[in-house]
Ligand binder design. Structure first.
Ligand code: SF4
Length: 347
């Protein structure tokens, strides 16, 4: 089997907003390249130009323009052309929105009420964006009218008679130019944690270890038919035993041996945050018998699987997370192909 064919991918979660993949057998530079392409090279559409006719709100023009740029828009970037700074604005490279909101007092509203009830339009929300179709855009966007992805993003609060009157021009771009075009909230990977129990941890020690982990990585399992000498703990510990632990103390009438034992097992390693609580030894100090304590000292080892990546992509909602991933693969392949062609030309 070639090295390439050993790469495995498993999809653990595939929501429109969140994709989690297990990538096994790949090298870190390739996985990191994919992450960086997702952040910086997958194009989206965002507000680039803000023409302010009137802004009497308390938010300065520059801050308002910055906030408007960061609002994710549901526009498919493949439907628009790139617009360079020297290019003219056309319906093929720019989507225009209007934002015109004025705050007015409601008639007969109680004085003590919240602003929302006393005034009309006391909050300017992303749902106040009004798309202004130009040229052939009605046909181009017939499946989905351009609008903010989330309708209730708060842009500004207005007092009575304050007004915002703005025209917005949205264009296609990439995250490497400005973060507002980045299609992901986060794109991360981490190596799968490996928690190795170098010796069996049984009885009350197993329970102490399980309880010390804040992320529920360990479970306690029964080991039937085995004599577990470590399960016999001193009297004080025995009093703390829960119902499950009491079963450990039951003796088989014929063999005079414990017929049920318990031991700690690593059950959910991907939960592990590498907090190191399990190797710090606080749980071992709870064991009163020094001999038993010695047996479990340094029994836990923390490491990471060498080529097992947990890859996570959270979309801003502009495109589904799985579409972002496939776009990222296409862009990465295209980049590599360009480099290959350049090398061939210079041979
Ligand atoms: S490092 Fe922390 S989270 Fe991971 S297994 Fe140990 S205690 Fe649990």
């Amino acid at each position: 089997m070639s090295e390439q064919s050993q790469v495995q991918i498993a999809i653990l979660k595939n929501d429109p907003e969140h994709l989690i993949l297990d990538i096994v057998g790949q090298s870190a530079p390739i996985v990191n390249a994919l992450r960086r392409v997702l952040i910086a090279d997958v194009p989206t559409v965002a507000v680039e130009t803000v023409l302010i006719q009137n802004n009497t709100s308390v938010i300065p023009d520059e801050i308002l323009a910055h906030r408007l740029g960061l609002i994710p828009l549901n526009i498919d970037p493949s439907l628009l052309q790139y617009k360079k700074p020297e290019d003219q604005r056309t319906w093929e490279n720019t989507v225009v929105f209007k934002l015109k909101v004025q705050c007015t007092a409601k008639k007969n509203a109680n004085v003590g009420l919240d602003d929302k009830f006393k005034y009309n339009n006391s909050q300017v929300l992303s749902s106040d964006f009004v798309w202004v179709p130009e040229g052939g855009q009605q046909e181009l966007f017939k499946d989905k009218a351009p609008a903010p992805v989330i309708p209730d993003i708060l842009i500004a609060k207005l007092g009575p008679k304050q007004e915002i009157d703005i025209e917005l021009h949205a264009i296609k771009g990439c995250g490497k130019t400005h973060a507002k075009w980045s299609p992901v909230c986060t794109s991360t990977y981490r190596l799968l944690p490996e928690i190795i129990l170098k010796r069996p941890i049984t009885g009350i020690a197993a329970r102490y270890l399980q309880q010390t982990c804040p992320l529920n990585v360990f479970d306690i399992e029964e080991i039937k038919g085995k004599y577990q000498p470590d399960d016999v703990d001193d009297e004080e510990d025995e009093e703390q035993e829960d119902q499950q632990q009491k079963r450990v103390m039951e003796m088989d009438k014929d063999t005079k041996k414990h017929n049920v034992g318990t031991q700690c097992v690593v059950k959910r390693p991907r939960n592990c945050s590498m907090c190191r609580e399990c190797i710090r030894g606080a749980w071992q100090e709870k064991i009163k018998d020094p001999q038993k304590r010695e047996k479990v000292e340094n029994a836990v080892e923390l490491t990471r699987a060498k080529d097992y990546y947990i890859f996570s992509v959270e979309s801003t909602g502009v495109l589904t997370s799985s579409t972002l991933m496939t776009n990222a693969f296409d862009i990465l392949i295209e980049k590599l192909e360009k480099i290959k062609q350049l090398l061939i030309q210079h041979k």
